[in-house]
Design a protein. Structure first.
Ligand SMILES: Cc1cc2nc3c(=O)[nH]c(=O)nc-3n(C[C@H](O)[C@H](O)[C@H](O)COP(=O)(O)O)c2cc1C
Length: 170
């Protein structure tokens, strides 16, 4: 069993990538939590901290969203250098130059609300099961389709659903 690292309330993991998801900037909190130094992170794909319990469908949603120039919010389970895991609530957004050219993406990850994770873990388990049943290439779209139907049944869209989970009752 992997150990779990709990982010503190004021921990903010910040990273930047190029257009393909190669890390171009990491802050100290990212280094501390991931266990990697900056030379080990810079130039690496952001999947360096990927944990297989985060469904591929969620990364499809992330990339579809940011490539349309919008902000993505979501929960992600990551794995550090020592195979310890940590959950985050992440916001990923397009990163523009002063002349408004898209030159990469920017991510801020913070502590996930524990009650939100109870729901998300179950949703991710369902999505992974669907991905395992499907052929590899179609798996992300299939699990994302299930999530779309899950949300439609509850008459809610992804962004309000996910933000409400993280913020809790107002
Ligand atoms: C700015 C930014 C931050 C990202 N942060 C993470 C992250 O913390 N964990 C993660 O697994 N993937 C993250 N990704 C997505 C990865 O680029 C990648 O799509 C994902 O890990 C799936 O990789 P795979 O398809 O090689 O399995 C991030 C992408 C961007 C653009």
């Amino acid at each position: 069993m992997n150990r779990e690292i709990k982010l503190a309330e004021d921990d903010l993991i910040v990273s930047k990538t190029d257009l393909k998801g190669t890390i171009t900037y990491c802050n100290r909190t990212f280094m501390r939590i991931s266990g990697y130094s900056s030379p080990e992170l810079l130039g690496q794909p952001h999947n360096i901290v990927r944990h297989p319990d985060t469904p591929r469908g969620m990364f499809k949603l992330l990339w579809d969203t940011i490539q349309q120039g919008r902000e993505y919010h979501g929960f992600v389970k990551n794995m550090n250098r020592d195979n310890d895991i940590y959950w985050c609530f992440c916001t990923v957004m397009p990163n523009y130059t002063a002349t408004q050219e898209l030159h990469g993406y920017f991510s801020v990850q913070r502590q996930a609300r524990p009650e939100a994770l109870d729901s998300m873990k179950e949703i991710y388990r369902q999505m992974i099961t669907i991905e395992q049943r499907n052929n590899s290439a179609g798996a992300p779209a299939a699990s994302l389709q299930w999530l779309t139907e899950y949300l439609a049944d509850r008459q809610v869209e992804y962004d309000p659903f996910i933000i409400h989970l993280q913020k809790g009752e107002q």
